[in-house]
Write a protein that binds this ligand. Structure first.
Ligand code: AMP
Length: 360
């Protein structure tokens, strides 16, 4: 990958996925003079409406991938469940896919992810994998109840996970999760949930954003405060973790790493997303170069931009009907509005976000 020359403005960057992250990546790409090609099964997606090229098709549809490869030399994605076969097909056609398949494989499987993290010096809670009901009982016995049982694959926003309050409940919870492969985790007794957004360029250079403090409701991110209150030692820990993860994955692009801050100030990694991240939206109005431009710079082989904070930001997600308050929000001088152009406001659906900006 380092041999590929930097993509000049005017080139097309492919993006798999047409949601809000794809849309904001496309807008950032446009600012740098790129066009984007979106691959997305839904017609009229948020990203498609700001893109020069749109391919409507399944993520693993060979004809759609061929059309994408005909347009774009570099392809990235906005979600971590891109099928491995799709990446392999793109690579076979000479396309550079960034971040690479190693990052996707680790992010798609909670057991592979935590195993990778520990092997690379990034600490996590204790965990054990289980494929059968008997193994689940054994795993809970080993980790100790209460424990959190999560499906190994395809969980998001708190879905696909349940607490196991007592050892006796292990088999029932395994069945409730669908009797699919799971991971059993020890509880993290955290004081705060933080995240670190970081980037690695094709040349191996890294850049790390200040920490964000995150608050969830019903498993969905509600609010981020950034830069989070942090001692230099805490920020150092986060930077070390980010560097190890990026290096270990031979990563190119922006990554979002979710952290637990324990009461003694130790950081544990909960999980990472191999893409731009909701807890990094504050960077749009709070940092020199935001996470979306940074990701485009990285995958295009450009130098990374500076990540220092230029403001304090409270980021609030606008869920469902909350986005209808845009008139009121537009009256607030400290509020920067980011709407995703989604046609239908279903309850809990991320329709947009605001960044409330204050001086540092
Ligand atoms: P996840 O789907 O892994 O991001 O988890 C969603 C949320 O569940 C996290 O943001 C935490 O609030 C909580 N959570 C996840 N894993 C643990 C754990 N091992 N201990 C305590 N809380 C957890």
């Amino acid at each position: 990958m380092p041999d590929l020359p930097a993509l000049p403005p005017g080139s097309v960057i492919g993006i798999v996925g047409g949601g809000q992250l794809g849309r904001m990546l496309a807008l950032a790409a446009g600012r740098l003079g790129f066009d984007v090609a979106i691959l997305e099964p839904e017609p009229d997606s948020p990203a498609a409406r700001v893109a020069a090229h749109v391919i409507v098709g399944a993520y693993d549809d060979p004809a759609a991938l061929k059309a994408l490869a005909a347009l774009a030399q570099v392809v990235t994605y906005e979600f971590e469940n891109v099928p491995a076969g799709a990446v392999a097909q793109l690579q076979a056609m000479g396309v550079t896919v960034a971040p690479g398949p190693q990052a996707l494989a680790a992010a798609q499987d909670r057991f592979a992810e935590k195993t990778f993290l520990n092997a690379n010096g990034a600490p996590t809670v204790a965990f054990a994998a289980a494929d059968t009901s008997d193994e689940a009982v054994e795993a809970v016995a080993r980790i100790g109840a209460p424990a959190l049982m999560k499906t190994r694959r395809e969980g998001y926003d708190g879905k696909g996970q349940r607490w196991v309050e007592t050892a006796a409940a292990a088999a029932r919870v395994f069945a409730e999760l669908g009797s699919v492969p799971v991971i059993v985790e020890a509880p993290a007794d955290f004081a705060r949930e933080l995240s670190v957004i970081a980037a690695r360029g094709r040349d191996g250079a890294t850049a790390v954003y200040p920490l964000a403090e995150n608050h969830h409701e019903n498993g969905i991110l509600r609010r981020s405060l950034a830069p989070a209150r942090a001692t230099p030692a805490l920020s150092d820990q986060a930077e070390r973790i980010a560097a190890r993860v990026l290096q270990g994955l031979d990563y190119v692009g922006v990554i979002g790493i979710e952290l637990f801050e324990l009461r003694d100030g130790t950081l544990l990694v909960n999980e990472f997303a191999p893409r731009v991240h909701n807890t990094g939206h504050w960077t749009q109005d709070g940092c020199e170069v935001d996470q979306f431009e940074q990701h485009i710079r990285a995958v295009a082989g450009w130098p990374l931009g500076p990540t220092a904070a230029i403001a304090r930001v409270e980021m609030l997600n606008l869920l469902g009907e909350e986005a209808n308050a845009w008139v009121r929000l537009a009256h607030e001088p400290e509020t920067r509005i980011h709407l995703y152009g989604k046609r239908e406001a279903k309850p809990g659906r991320k329709m947009g976000h605001i960044n409330k900006v204050k001086p540092l």
